[in-house]
Ligand binder design. Structure first.
Ligand code: ATM
Length: 285
């Protein structure tokens, strides 16, 4: 997971070393352990070289393994729910322990805030976009502290439908709030936690809105115009262009199975990269 910017995985990145060099060191350590004569004791009564059931370690002692943090972004109607479910099955088949969650939501408080945030206001005053940003980040803070961090630290992989990029796209590019303010709020909510990979499901605004049943429209589809949603789409694409190492942009107007294949290809690139993450070891081993 990225933490406070780009770089290696904090759980297993030791100095500037990558996984292969640590495996090399682990091999040296293994030989030292096996061939060093040990004093006689009750565990090794004859002395001499001791054969220990040694499994080369790839993590620094005391540092727990961490799971992958993958987010799926995109407009309403892009198929996030379907694709999150398909990707979860794919990762589970690869042996990963996957937890699915969403924003806003994923906790008791977050789901209550979701109800409030998505409810149509109809006759009452429109919600101020900074108020929106504060509430989305309040839900985010609770999700990060209650669910995401503990899960990652216990080695689980998190699949999250929407995360902080949605606030930049909707409240920033869409509603015009300064990105600098939004990034400050984001940092307060996440303490610098960033996804390892963000899948952006991209499709024309009209196509996404047309996929929604009229009775199923949230405040964001019902009360924001097409121009707003075009700015949101352009915003997502700008965020992706600025951070190509984290984002994979997938054409969500293609058939569902093709979209799923494109997503698994992006995830394969992540888990087969040489970034020193224990999930690599689990997936390849
Ligand atoms: P979903 O229905 O995709 O979960 O999204 C809920 C809405 O919340 C979505 N609306 N549309 N269209 C986008 C909006 N949203 C924000 O405006 N800012 C945020 O930070 C998040 C997480 C969601």
């Amino acid at each position: 997971m990225h933490q406070g910017g780009k770089g290696g995985h904090p759980g297993v990145s030791i100095g500037s070393r990558n996984l292969p060099s640590w495996l090399g060191l682990a091999g040296v350590a293994a030989r030292l352990v096996v061939h060093t004569p040990r004093p006689r004791n009750w565990m090794n009564p004859v002395g001499g070289p001791e054969v220990v059931g040694y499994t080369p370690g790839v993590t620094r002692p005391g540092v727990p393994p961490r799971g992958w943090f993958i987010t799926i972004e995109g407009p309403e109607g892009a198929g996030k729910t379907t694709q999150v479910a398909a990707l979860s099955r794919y990762l589970a088949d690869a042996g990963l322990d996957v937890h699915i969650t969403r924003e806003p939501g994923g906790t008791w408080l977050g789901e209550r805030l979701r109800d409030v945030l998505l409810a149509r206001t109809d006759s009452v005053a429109a919600t101020d976009p900074v108020t929106d940003a504060l509430l989305f980040n309040a839900a985010r803070r609770q999700l990060v502290t209650e669910v995401i961090r503990p899960a990652l630290e216990s080695g689980r992989t998190i699949l999250c439908a929407r995360f902080a990029d949605s606030t930049l796209a909707y409240q920033g590019y869409g509603a015009g709030i300064a990105l600098e303010l939004l990034r400050t709020l984001e940092h307060a909510a996440t303490d610098g936690l960033e996804p390892d990979l963000t899948i952006l499901l991209d499709l024309p605004v009209e196509d996404g809105l047309a996929r929604k049943a009229p009775g199923d429209l949230t405040r964001f589809e019902a009360e924001f115009d097409v121009a707003f949603h075009r700015r949101v789409r352009d915003g997502f694409l700008a965020l992706a262009a600025a951070d190509p190492g984290r984002f994979a942009v997938v054409d969500a107007s293609r058939p569902v199975d093709d979209v799923a294949l494109a997503i698994t290809a992006a995830v394969d690139r992540l888990v087969h990269s040489d970034e020193p993450n224990p999930a690599v070891v689990r997936t390849l081993g």
